[in-house]
Ligand binder design. Structure first.
Ligand code: HEC
Length: 233
């Protein structure tokens, strides 16, 4: 008996089903997502990254930060991400629509970084956010003793001071045992600068229509009040 047509149909339908499930259904659900234009702010969210942060994104990809860090805040009940302060709300598909490659990550060895830009912040008068990142990337032991994140010292250059010290040198931010010889300074490379710009830009704080429905966790007072009402009925 010739079973070739049967085998062909079997394979065809198996592939067609998986393609429909994996590609088509997701394309229908998420393919049309567009940025949300907020008339009050005059901004379309999610915002595009500034150019230097776009470069930093490639450095992040290149250095494999994704092996230890996720960029996906889970909803309450699926992990303690919100209690840990990793975000105010869960991540939704729209957060990622401007990203050519999404760094969801797999292992949460380190903290989720989707909103790290709200934890270390630069202001017009302070560079506290970037300074923290530079010290941490130079050697995580400086800011987080006992950390098992590897140092990324190779993103910094130790070089002789010629004339005036460089304005972007981080020498003064490093503890004594990291100080270079007298007459030398530690300067971030272009890759370090852009990686830090990328980290500072990571924040999903905008509330889309769909985020109002997916993250509903009443504040403790409200729960209590609701409970009391129930009792008094
Ligand atoms: C081997 C796993 C590992 C790798 C690889 C790794 N990290 Fe980490 N990272 C950690 C751990 C663990 C922590 C928590 C302790 C600390 O602050 O160092 C952390 C903390 C951080 C924090 C601070 C987060 C916070 O909320 O305080 C940032 C920012 C960060 N990592 C960025 C990076 C970047 C950028 C890369 C890639 C260049 C990277 N990490 C690679 C494990 C890793």
């Amino acid at each position: 008996m010739n079973r070739a047509p049967l085998i062909f149909l079997g394979i065809f339908f198996a592939l067609a089903f998986s393609w429909t499930g994996i590609v088509l259904v997701n394309q229908i659900s998420y393919g049309d997502l567009t940025p949300v234009y907020d008339e009050n702010d005059g901004i379309a969210y999610p915002q595009a990254l500034p150019g230097i942060a776009q470069q930093g994104r490639l450095v992040y990809q290149d250095l494999g930060c994704v092996y230890c860090h996720t960029q996906q805040v889970r909803r309450p009940g699926f992990g303690a991400d919100i209690e840990r302060g990793w975000g105010e709300r869960q991540s939704v598909a729209r957060d990622y629509i401007r990203e050519p490659r999404v760094f969801l990550g797999s292992m949460r060895t380190g903290p989720d970084l989707r909103n790290v830009g709200t934890r270390y912040v630069d202001t017009p008068t302070s560079k506290a956010g970037s300074e923290w990142h530079h010290r941490h990337l130079y050697d995580p032991q400086i800011t987080s003793p006992g950390s098992n994140m590897p140092p990324f010292k190779f993103l910094y250059e130790t070089r002789k001071i010629v004339g005036e010290p460089s304005v972007n040198a981080i020498t003064h931010l490093l503890p004594e045992q990291y100080q270079p010889e007298a007459g030398y300074e530690v300067v971030p490379t272009k890759r370090a600068e852009s990686l830090v710009a990328y980290l500072l830009s990571l924040k999903d704080t905008y509330a889309y229509p769909e985020t109002n429905n997916v993250y509903v966790e009443p504040a403790p007072e409200e729960t209590k009040a609701a409970g009391q009402k129930e009792e008094s009925k």
